[in-house]
Design a protein around this ligand. Structure first.
Ligand SMILES: C[S@@+](CC[C@H](N)C(=O)[O-])C[C@H]1O[C@@H](n2cnc3c(N)ncnc32)[C@H](O)[C@@H]1O
Length: 434
């Protein structure tokens, strides 16, 4: 079936033409600022040509001809995260209560995880991706923005038994899909599109949604989203699941400007680029019904698997107060909760990566720690020094004692240096040097 043809499942001729026409136009560009580092007014003053999103907090549109944000050191150092304004609606609609445990089932590269963590305080996230490479990218994106409340895992939740059923307060299921809503962002998505692919993805989406319903606690919520315009991957997935189980219901999403609702599933919304300033997205919210099945607590505050006096000194030096310390392949992580997960779900990070152990008692502070710490404790670089630092050069400073320091420019932490005999040795990651 052709792309245009298959849209007739839920759209009239006129809507299809408008949608297809919008797909030929230039895509939008947007970002969300990191509220732990900057506020809207300061950001707008720094970049006066950006345009504020009408209702999403901390979100700005920009023209890449005005600002090459993706290439900026500010992106590498977590001042903002570049993400589509439609996809941010997932975290907007999630609206979790404080102290919730959230599973982001298909999380890489991290748009929903990071924006959820930016928007809501006192929540804990487990963010998973089946692809190890993509889970590493997710982990490195979290590192740049300096977040400490996220554990990244890699595994296939479809392959676990019942051990995690009824465990999560909220689940984000941003399912793998045929990607038609990404045509403007990635040409290869358009070339790669076929109706067979849509049907293949639908099967996986139904399995993932059924699993998400098993995993969420009674009265817990699931946000199901795709970046596909196909009825088969959107409404039809929800309707098929609802037809086959009675422990879940669909919850109407609040109205927003620029939404499209189909009559087949009026509670959910489509985001179309001709109606909303962003790429495409489908979003539905479900709630598991109250049942008698018991809630499973997979969270505990155990100490973790690592302890040493030298590390305690290191933690005290940076005033880090976390319940658990874990060593994963000589990388030390600090986190407030431990989670008991099945052995086929592997941890890639647990909270904040604070340092690497080089030789038994030598701790090298991490890039992640630099971005987690406040810039108040940093050594302020001037513009010339900051340029040298980002380039990977050493810097001369005679006023500092031997030891590690965070360096910053304009209140943005850049990374660590080690001062030896008046020379600041550069610890800025090699892959990010300009
Ligand atoms: C649409 S992307 C997710 C985008 C992400 N939520 C974000 O906002 O940046 C879908 C992801 O699902 C992953 N995936 C595919 N099948 C999966 C499965 N069975 N379990 C977990 N992740 C899966 C893919 O590797 C891909 O990274």
């Amino acid at each position: 079936m052709l792309f245009k043809e298959h849209l007739k499942k839920y759209l009239g001729e006129e809507d299809i033409d408008k949608l297809i026409n919008a797909l030929t136009l230039e895509r939008t560009h947007s970002l969300i600022i990191n509220p732990n580092k900057i506020d809207e007014i300061t950001f707008h003053t720094m970049f006066p040509k950006v345009k504020k999103h009408p209702f999403l907090k901390n979100v700005f549109y920009y023209n890449p001809k005005d600002y090459e944000f993706g290439k900026s050191y500010l992106f590498d150092n977590g001042l903002f995260y570049i993400v589509d304004a439609s996809s941010l609606l997932v975290s907007y609609f999630l609206n979790p209560k404080e102290n919730s445990l959230i599973l982001d089932m298909c999380a890489a590269p991290g748009g929903k995880t990071i924006s959820t963590s930016f928007y809501y305080k006192n929540i804990e996230l487990i963010s998973n991706d089946i692809s190890f490479q993509r889970a590493l990218t997710l982990s490195s994106n979290i590192e740049k923005v300096g977040l400490s409340n996220i554990s990244v895992v890699c595994g296939d939740f479809l392959k676990i038994n019942n051990e995690l059923n009824n465990s999560f307060d909220y689940i984000i299921l941003d399912a793998p899909c045929s990607g038609s809503a990404m045509f403007r962002k990635m040409d290869e998505m358009e070339k790669d599109w076929s109706y067979e692919k849509v049907l293949k993805q639908q099967k996986i989406q139904i399995d993932l949604l059924n699993k998400a319903i098993d995993l969420v606690k009674p009265e817990g919520f699931i946000i199901y989203s795709t970046c596909s315009f196909s009825f088969e991957e959107d409404e039809d997935v929800i309707l098929s699941v609802l037809k086959n189980r009675n422990d879940v219901e669909v919850i109407p999403l609040p109205h927003i400007d620029g939404e499209y609702r189909s009559k087949e599933l009026n509670e959910a919304i489509h985001i179309f680029p001709h109606l909303y300033n962003g790429e495409g997205q489908f979003i539905a919210k479900l709630q598991k019904k109250k049942t008698t099945s018991s809630i499973k607590n997979i969270t505990d505050k155990k100490i973790g698997n690592y302890k040493s006096n030298e590390l305690d000194n290191f933690l005290n030096e940076y005033k880090l107060d976390f319940n658990c310390i874990t060593n994963l392949n000589n990388q030390i992580y600090a986190h407030n909760f431990n989670f008991t997960l099945p052995s086929n779900i592997k941890f890639i990070r647990k909270g904040i990566n604070i340092c690497e152990i080089k030789n038994k008692n030598i701790f090298i502070p991490s890039f992640n720690l630099a971005h987690y710490l406040s810039s108040e404790i940093s050594i302020k670089l001037d513009e010339k020094e900051a340029k040298s630092y980002l380039h990977g050069d050493t810097i001369k400073r005679n006023d500092l004692k031997k030891g590690y320091y965070v360096v910053s420019f304009n209140k943005i932490n850049l990374g660590f240096v080690k001062c030896v005999n008046g020379i600041l040795k550069n610890f800025y990651p090699k892959g990010l040097r300009h």
